[in-house]
Design a protein around this ligand. Structure first.
Ligand code: ADP
Ligand code: MG
Ligand code: ZN
Length: 473
């Protein structure tokens, strides 16, 4: 029996984070009452003319450059004709044979896969149909005309797992660029997965099935796995794959046929006569390049090389742009990035929630740097730093005030600690002798005794120094 390999090509639609729509001045804000962000242009009223939003072009170019594409000096908008209630004009303005960007790539670190990007083009989003309201379907056109980029990969992915890594990598790139908010649930980052299988060793691609509208990374993986298995069962039974569009039924855990696949000619594409060709010159591209924020992989590399984080810590500190900015600011204020990263990992991150581009950070970078500085100055212990952090969470209070109010200031008074150390040494003469004789592990025993007596409030630095002095080590 032949063994098969899975071949996947992904089409990602990402909303561009402009204030206004791509061909009119309506707001793109999410969550407004239905049909309040509309005008003659995005409603498709006769005689209304589109005017291209320059910010959308800049963000689209930024995204295309980040995935290594070359930008075409001239590209063209085309009408993609189809009929559906969420598309008031009866056509979507898209790009067809002349996209503004092409020939890029995305490299997957874990999978070690080089995924070529076929093209990136701009288009407008459709509105939203809501089915089943009192037996009717209603349509909200607030989203109609929101700018999108579509990023189309070559069929270079070989497993559901690789597809998921590709999507996460791409989502992070767009998020760090400030181009897209990465919100799968709200539909601002959407993916269609084209899946085929072929016998291992065969070069010719198999017939593809397009999986539509899968709104979570987990579902993408499951849907692709299921679809590849379904195709294998069909071929093994001597059947043939029909080219079609399928959906994912999460409850049943299966894909199901939506419609037979449309071909380009079904859409009767033609150049939009209302829009001139899109000219993007080198000066514009250079400006966009210069203004582009740092990419996640560059940030990771810099955190490791310049701030001396481990690769793992660098990865964790770059899981979200706001977390990365918080970490960097606190590192700058405090001076020791490794300590900041450790504290962020062990304490802060479990309290961080993110939503799209925003993040809920429990304390400010200033507060975090101050907590760590209090530890440096011997005013509080590392253990107390965690308590101070817990008290600071969600307040604007200063670290020093929290320490003073809680009466937490540690015993860093060497005199007081020395008296305590002498008492402990006298109470444990055998251990003291063994330590002096070279049993180094007993040092921790004495530190532990001091910490116990002071309820963890002694400055570890001072305890170390005093112990060494008293025991003559
Ligand atoms: P369409 O709009 O018809 O879906 P596109 O060119 O926009 O065409 O997208 C084609 C997508 O399908 C690309 O991502 C491409 O990599 C992928 N693809 C093409 N052929 C195959 C195949 N045999 N197996 C898997 N993916 C494929
Ligand atoms: Mg497609
Ligand atoms: Zn409008």
């Amino acid at each position: 029996m032949a063994s098969y390999e899975t071949v996947i090509g992904l089409e990602v639609h990402a909303q561009l984070l402009t204030r206004t729509k791509v061909f009119c001045a309506c707001s793109t804000a999410f969550g407004a009452p239905p049909n309040t962000h509309v005008c003659p242009v995005c409603l498709g009223l006769p005689g209304a003319l589109p005017v291209l939003n320059g910010d959308a072009v800049a963000l689209a170019v930024r995204a295309a450059l980040a995935v290594g594409c070359s930008i075409r000096a001239a590209s063209r908008f085309a009408r993609k004709n189809y009929f559906y209630p969420d598309l008031p004009k009866g056509y979507q303005i898209s790009q067809f044979d002349e996209p503004f960007a092409e020939h890029g790539h995305v490299d997957l670190e874990a999978a070690g896969r080089h995924v070529r990007i076929l093209r990136v083009h701009m288009e407008e989003d459709a509105g939203k149909n809501i089915h089943g309201r009192g037996g009717d379907s209603i349509v909200d056109l607030n989203r109609a005309g929101t700018p999108l980029v579509e990023i189309v990969s070559e069929p270079d992915l070989r497993s559901a797992n690789e597809a998921a890594e590709y999507l996460r990598t791409l989502r992070d790139i767009l998020l760090f660029l400030g181009v897209n908010d990465g919100n799968l649930e709200e539909g601002s980052f959407r993916c269609d997965a084209n899946v085929s299988i072929r016998p291992v060793g065969e070069e010719k691609l198999g017939t593809r099935v397009e999986l539509k509208n899968i709104n979570s990374f987990r579902f993408v993986e499951k849907a692709i796995e299921h679809e590849a298995a379904r195709q294998e069962a069909v071929l093994t039974a001597g059947g043939r794959i029909t080219q079609e569009t399928r959906g994912w039924d999460e409850k049943k855990g299966t894909t199901f046929s939506l419609r037979s696949k449309e071909e380009a000619q079904d859409y009767r594409y033609f150049p939009d006569p209302d829009l001139p060709p899109l000219a993007i010159d080198e000066v514009f591209v250079a400006r966009v390049r210069a203004e582009s924020p740092e990419l996640p992989r560059d940030k990771r590399a810099r955190f490791a090389a310049e701030l001396h984080l481990t690769p793992y810590a660098a990865e964790v500190m770059t899981q979200h742009p706001r977390v990365a900015a918080f970490f960097e600011e606190a590192s700058m204020l405090h001076g020791d990035a490794v300590r900041v990263a450790n504290f962020v990992q062990s304490e802060v991150l479990r309290d961080v929630t993110t939503h799209g581009l925003t993040a809920n950070l429990p304390i400010s970078a200033r507060q975090l740097a101050d907590v760590l500085a209090l530890v440096d100055a011997g005013k509080i212990s590392g253990k107390q730093a965690k308590e101070v952090y817990a008290k600071l969470r969600g307040t604007g209070a200063s670290a020093a005030d929290v320490v003073a109010e809680a009466g937490m200031a540690v015993v860093s008074d060497a005199g007081a600690i020395e008296a305590l150390v002498r008492r402990i040494v006298e109470a444990n003469p055998r251990q003291a002798e063994q330590l002096k004789a070279g049993k180094a592990t007993l040092f921790g025993f004495f530190v532990g005794q001091v910490m116990k007596e002071t309820k963890g409030s002694a400055s570890p630095q001072v305890v170390n120094d005093v112990l060494k002095r008293v025991l003559g080590l």
